[in-house]
Design a protein around this ligand. Structure first.
Ligand SMILES: Nc1ncnc2c1ncn2[C@@H]1O[C@H](COP(=O)(O)OP(=O)(O)O)[C@@H](O)[C@H]1O
Ligand SMILES: [Mg+2]
Length: 436
């Protein structure tokens, strides 16, 4: 076992440096070797137990092959999670300095999690715990406040509450219903909950296949909320930290601490309904762990997989107050509106010919088809996007979809969307491979 070899090696190093010193071997936090922590937790940092962190020294170990993840944090790319062996040095007021031998490594090729062990002097566990805590805090997803939007995690995600309500092309009654639900809750509902001595927390779900405009709707709702002086808390599961309950927890803290009404957006909530976190997320929905913000909190969650929700949430009353199904294009009028929107000044009346092919497609399909047609025309130095280009574009998109999903899974349309940091899992499940 890898950890046994790690421990054996680390103990030998420790014994060589501190012969006879009593130590304990512990599972350590893999955040101590994370480059984000190593850059932020600097030598000189004061720690519990009148101690001070004095810096680190990398160690050569025959059982650890150093390797780092390279990913984005905010707008910057940087080294993050790291396998490696280190000597962490500490000094203590009125006492002898001490060292901790630390190693983090991947158990085997299939497991993506780092395993870390540490040899710590038996009487210095408290200081070590404080150091681990400081490292973990440096690495954890942070809440960024941007205008009136708190973004939890989602460092790779794109969320901008600047989408205009009118740009979201969906049946009017659906849009009206959704916005009326939000307004009714904040203007009247909150009072009623309070009179009933209930935490004012309402839960809505937008469900629909990828690319139907759920994220867009969230952004447009966020814009409306902000214009009414509400705070928006946005949780994304698509950064490298994935969909951890910790993010939900931080979001709930932000919701509770806000002294304003809050619109809480949790995208792709199904991702949190897996593994160990499931029970805790359900507790939040059931009200056991829901936030208590007397001004009111409205949860707007989205999912691409309504069937997951069906099983775990919809069957139990009270978990969700309302489910809005966000449909693909259902009729000619809707299709034409979408196509005109994305063809913009390139629209020609002959384009209506393709309308019937857009039925049952999501808005993202129309956008891609329109953009691709315009690019085909541009490529051939044509100023007009003829019907032929549009048909060609739709054909090739449909062929891609029907040719099986393997190719589409990998597909990231170049130049049509910004580079997105979708999690691997989400990419695998997205049958269109569209940017979400
Ligand atoms: N209903 C719609 N109205 C206008 N544009 C849409 C619509 N649905 C999708 N799109 C286009 O497709 C893109 C992806 O849609 P998105 O909101 O991310 O879908 P979802 O979150 O449902 O997967 C949007 O940014 C937009 O350009
Ligand atoms: Mg989305």
């Amino acid at each position: 076992m890898q950890y046994e070899r790690l421990v054996q090696w680390a103990r030998e190093v420790f014994e060589e440096r501190w012969p006879g010193r009593k130590s304990v071997t512990i599972w350590a936090s893999s955040e101590c070797s994370n480059m984000i922590a190593q850059n932020q937790v600097r030598a000189g940092r004061k720690l519990r137990g009148k101690a001070r962190y004095d810096g680190l020294q990398p160690l050569d170990s025959p059982v650890v092959v150093p390797i780092s993840d390279y990913g984005s944090r905010g707008k910057k790319m940087m080294l993050t999670a790291t396998a490696g062996a280190y000597l962490f040095k500490f000094s203590v007021e009125d006492s002898d300095p001490f060292e901790v031998v630390y190693a983090s490594s991947y158990f085997d090729d299939d497991v993506q999690d780092l395993t870390a062990i540490a040899i710590v002097p038996a009487d210095r566990l408290e200081t070590w715990a404080a150091f681990e805590f400081a490292c973990a805090r440096a690495v954890r997803p942070r809440i960024r406040r941007r205008r009136d939007v708190y973004i939890i995690g989602g460092t790779d995600a794109f969320f901008d509450p600047t989408v205009d309500w009118d740009d979201v092309i969906l049946p009017d009654d659906l849009k009206d219903d959704l916005v009326e639900d939000m307004e009714a809750f904040f203007t009247k509902g909150v009072q009623i909950y309070r009179q009933l001595k209930l935490a004012p927390f309402r839960k809505l779900l937008l469900a629909g296949v990828p690319g139907t405009g759920k994220t867009m709707l969230c952004a447009a709702m966020a814009k409306k909320a902000i214009s009414h002086g509400r705070i928006v808390v946005y949780v994304s599961g698509s950064d490298r930290d994935g969909a951890s309950f910790e993010k939900i927890q931080r979001a709930l803290q932000a919701v509770t601490a806000a002294r304003y009404p809050v619109l809480l957006i949790v995208e792709e909530i199904d991702a949190y309904l897996q593994g160990d976190d499931k029970a805790r997320v359900l507790n939040v929905l059931d009200g056991v762990e829901s936030p208590n913000n007397p001004e009111g909190a409205l949860l707007l969650a989205t999912t691409n997989y309504p069937e997951v929700i069906d099983e775990r949430i919809a069957k139990r009353p009270g978990r969700l107050d309302r489910i809005f199904v966000i449909p693909t294009i259902q009729d000619d009028a809707h299709a034409e509106k979408m196509l005109r929107h994305y063809m913009a000044d390139q629209w020609r009346d002959e384009h209506v010919t393709v309308i019937s092919q857009l039925i049952n497609q999501p808005g993202a399909f129309v956008r891609e088809a329109a953009l691709h047609a315009r690019m085909l025309a541009a490529h051939e130095h044509r100023t007009e996007v003829t019907l032929e280009y549009l048909e060609q574009s739709i054909d090739s998109l449909l062929r891609q979809i029907h040719s099986g999903s393997d190719f589409l899974r990998e597909r990231r349309p170049i130049g049509l969307v910004h580079a997105s940091g979708k999690s691997k899992k989400a990419q695998r499940h997205n049958p269109f491979g569209f940017h979400e």
